[in-house]
Design a protein around this ligand. Structure first.
Ligand SMILES: [Zn+2]
Length: 132
């Protein structure tokens, strides 16, 4: 009886995590679709994988430091959850990375290519998804 409850609890937890990450992905795709933010792909970020310039509505991504899809998810979470601190964003992003399959990676990279207004120190043709 107890084991069954534990199993049910774990199943519920897993469902909750799946629903939560699906919902967050949907919100990230909506955010990117509305075109409010430009993207600049650059190899010059002073060691940062990415950051946001809120004044100019621009997301900077450096694919030479970290997989660009994962950095995009991370930076988008900052925009969607402005009140969360870095640690909480990292925790939420890692929940999302578990669900980051190749289809989602393709979709995120397509958004980067559609939204990128500038490439600095890296060519558009060099951008490749980081398949698992
Ligand atoms: Zn961050």
């Amino acid at each position: 009886m107890k084991a069954k409850n534990t199993k049910q609890f774990i199943t519920k937890q897993r469902e909750f995590k799946n629903n939560m990450s699906d919902l967050l992905f949907q919100r990230i795709f909506n955010l990117l679709s509305n075109g409010e933010f430009d993207i600049i792909v650059t190899s010059k970020t002073n060691g940062e994988a990415g950051y946001i310039d809120y004044e100019n509505y621009t997301i900077y991504l450096n694919p030479k430091i970290f997989p660009i899809e994962e950095t995009l998810v991370h930076e988008a979470m900052h925009i969607l959850k402005p009140n969360l601190d870095e640690r909480s964003i990292v925790e939420m992003s890692s929940l999302m990375f578990e669900k980051l399959n190749n289809t989602k990676r393709d979709k995120l990279l397509a958004y980067v290519q559609a939204l990128a207004t500038k490439y600095i120190g890296i060519k558009k043709s060099e951008l490749k998804p980081t398949y698992i």
